[in-house]
Design a protein around this ligand. Sequence first.
Ligand code: RIB
Length: 296
Amino acid sequence: MNSILVSGSLNADLETDVKRFPKPGETLLGGPLNISCGGKGNNQAVAAAKLQANVTMFGALGQDTFGEMLLNNLKAHHINTDHILIRNDVPSATALITRTHDDNHIIVTDGANNTLTQQDIINASNLIQSHDIILLQQEIPIEAQIKAIEIAYDLKKTIVVNPAPVRPLPLHILKKITYLLPNEHEIIALRQTPSDTPQDIISQSSVQIIMTWGAKGVLFKDEHQQTKHLPSYKVEVIDTTGAGDTFCGAFCSFLHLGLSKAIDKALQASALSVTRSGAQGGMPTLQALEAYHFHR
Ligand code: RIB
């Protein structure tokens, strides 16, 4: 089993349900407020740990109630938290989430995630050295993310990047990524001409792209350079928040089984993740994944 270092965000998710999203300038009444652990980095770390991967989380938290909640949650999932930086002058980040029955809107507030510097990443070089896979998203400063990619590349690590929320990376940095996991919206940022379809982008890219496609499944280039579509598994959808994160964490957990197998297992894990509410609420354990009878 690979060891995974997740370098990324930790957010307290403040969520409520709405029947539909508000129009600009409109106020709507929602359901009760639910506070839970989230952040794309944190979610991906938890998803991988629940599937019994050996996971270390690297990121920054404030010295506050949300920070304590997030730290305790990581520990409860047996994730190594020894290297998390605690800031005493900046609050932990939060995510303001509105959910409808099949979609969500998310705004991440400024907070400790944004204090990660290139120097913090340089200081964590030994940590990068001691893991097989480095898993990154884009809720930390882009300079810190780039530094992590550069160091991991020089150390010949497997680099997995989920470009969410999408922020452009220079081409020479993109080329250092082993697997890029965008969704159907994020992949558009990679196109070279406006008429390029996701299929064009995947087939032309020198980076191995695996595009998550919501209920439609996944598009990717296989080991024989053929662009393939794997449909998703059918489940009853309760909350899609965190489905992409579950996919990324599970993908890394199963990468030792080979690309196609890792993608299929990640599809199964993300299918189960939407059957319960909260970004981490439905993430399956390895036992739950193996016991479930999936169908497409
Ligand atoms: O991908 C879902 C996550 O996005 C939420 O947990 C929220 O914190 C935002 O980072």
